[in-house]
Design a protein around this ligand. Structure first.
Ligand code: UD1
Length: 420
């Protein structure tokens, strides 16, 4: 078992390069299995979730050839199995994209149902409803989903609720359905657009990704394509908050500043100085920062995946802040850990009320999920004394070289093996 040891209160200064987007990579990789040819995917983050998806592709009979640390060639031209019911698949939630991709290519799919971070109920009913609307029979067995059809036929689909996963999954299936599919009330997240852009490069006909209505004209086959994944909005946001929480001065590079607008607006409101470049943002913080209210929403609203990191920052800002979590019903498990470092937070349903404290005090805490882990690191960076963070495996799912990147900015952070 590995853990992180962080000696806090070091001001972060310098430059950090953001990796490719986890949530785009875990959709684009399964999309690659739909092609009759080879795809070369660039700017992939070197993280556990990507390895897990690649292992799944290989177990299905495809080839994943690592060209370098961030480039992988996917070759499923020889055909692959449609049954992904092995244990690997359950490890990450995004494996549900294999359902849409296999259904598109083979008109049948069996996929074990998802694991990933646990923050309350995480249904996939909208994904399945979409597949059914395209003509598939969908059966939920104990621990896996089976979907099959003689043919998929395009249809108008209205999403009851904005869902990133359902939007992408239905888009995958509809890409190779007969005729036209429209997805209304679609998610507009950057990785929805990224997946659509890659599919279009493969020969798909998808318009409107990034708006509320996506229109897909089905095609018979897809070719491989060379494609570079977008930068990670959430990793970028985490480093922007790291600069703010340590009163630092950090140039966050290789990002799309537009994707950061909701966070940038909040940081400015808190008194953080920002300088936006073409593909970078410089974050300069001089304390004291003031507390603000944050409501999570689907894109372009404030991302739920930055909510725990923001709570870590707001806890040491002046005054009272209120967070409203609108996306997930139970995403405050990490608050108990944050309170071990001294945070004063009151939870009432989806609302967290945070009273600012002068600073954190180092303690032993646990990363209860990926972004909760990021919040623990951020709080530890600002804490007096040493913080021990357990559950590092969660953090490794989504953050590439986290301790290396932070050390280069001047943080005192080490990964050690816990022999106990
Ligand atoms: C994706 C992200 C995750 C992020 C979330 C919201 C990936 C791999 N993960 O998750 O990090 O926190 O978007 O930005 O991209 N819902 C239903 N039925 C469904 C699907 C979703 O009711 O079939 C509900 C969920 O319970 C939740 C909301 O819709 O309340 C949003 O979920 P969704 O956007 O689907 O999240 P994911 O795609 O799973």
């Amino acid at each position: 078992m590995e853990k992180l040891l962080v000696k806090g209160r070091k001001r972060l200064v310098g430059e950090v390069m953001i990796s490719g987007a986890k949530n785009a990579a875990v959709a684009v990789l399964p999309a690659a299995i739909m092609a009759g040819g080879k795809s070369v995917l660039e700017n992939l983050p070197n993280i556990e979730d990507v390895s897990c998806i690649c292992n799944t592709i290989e177990k299905l009979g495809g080839k994943c050839i690592h060209k370098d640390k961030h480039t992988i060639e996917i070759d499923c031209s020889g055909g692959i199995d449609y049954c992904a019911t092995f244990e690997e698949v359950q490890r990450i939630r995004a494996s549900y994209y294999f359902l849409g991709a296999l259904l598109a290519r083979y008109k049948k799919a069996e996929v074990a149902m998802p694991g990933g971070c646990n923050f309350g109920k995480r249904p996939i009913d909208l994904h399945l409803k979409g597949f059914r609307a395209l003509g598939a029979t969908v059966e939920e067995e104990c621990g896996f989903v089976r979907a099959y059809a003689d043919k998929l036929v395009g249809a108008p689909i209205y999403m009851d609720q904005v869902s990133v996963g359902a939007t992408i999954n239905i888009m995958l299936a509809a890409t190779m359905a007969e005729g036209v599919t429209t997805i209304e009330n679609a998610a507009k997240e950057p990785h929805v657009v990224d997946t659509a852009n890659y599919l279009n490069m493969m020969g798909a006909n998808i318009k409107g990704a990034g708006t509320d209505v996506i229109r897909i004209i089905g095609v018979e086959k897809l070719n491989g394509a060379q494609y570079a994944i977008i930068p990670d909005q959430i990793e970028a946001g985490t480093y922007m908050i790291a600069a703010a929480i340590t009163g630092g001065d950090v140039l966050v590079k290789n990002i799309i500043p537009k994707h950061m607008d909701s966070l940038t607006a909040k940081l400015v409101e808190m008194n953080v100085k920002m300088e936006e470049g073409d593909d970078s943002i410089r974050v300069m913080a001089n304390k004291p920062l003031r507390g603000v209210n944050v409501k999570t929403m689907s894109y372009p609203g404030f991302p739920t995946d930055l909510q725990p990191q923001m709570a870590a920052l707001l806890s040491i800002c002046n005054g009272t802040s209120v967070i409203t979590e609108n996306v997930w019903e139970n995403r405050y498990q990490y608050i108990e850990e944050l309170c071990k470092l001294g945070a004063k937070v009151d939870i009432n349903g989806r609302i967290a009320t945070i009273e600012g404290i002068p600073h954190y005090q180092g303690a032993k805490v646990e990363a209860t999920d990926l972004r909760a882990g990021a919040a623990m690191i951020l709080a530890a960076l600002a804490a007096e004394g040493t913080t021990q963070i357990d559950g590092v495996r969660y953090i490794d799912r989504g953050y590439e070289d986290v301790e290396m990147k932070l050390s280069a900015l001047g943080a005192d952070i080490q990964r050690v093996l816990d022999k106990g």
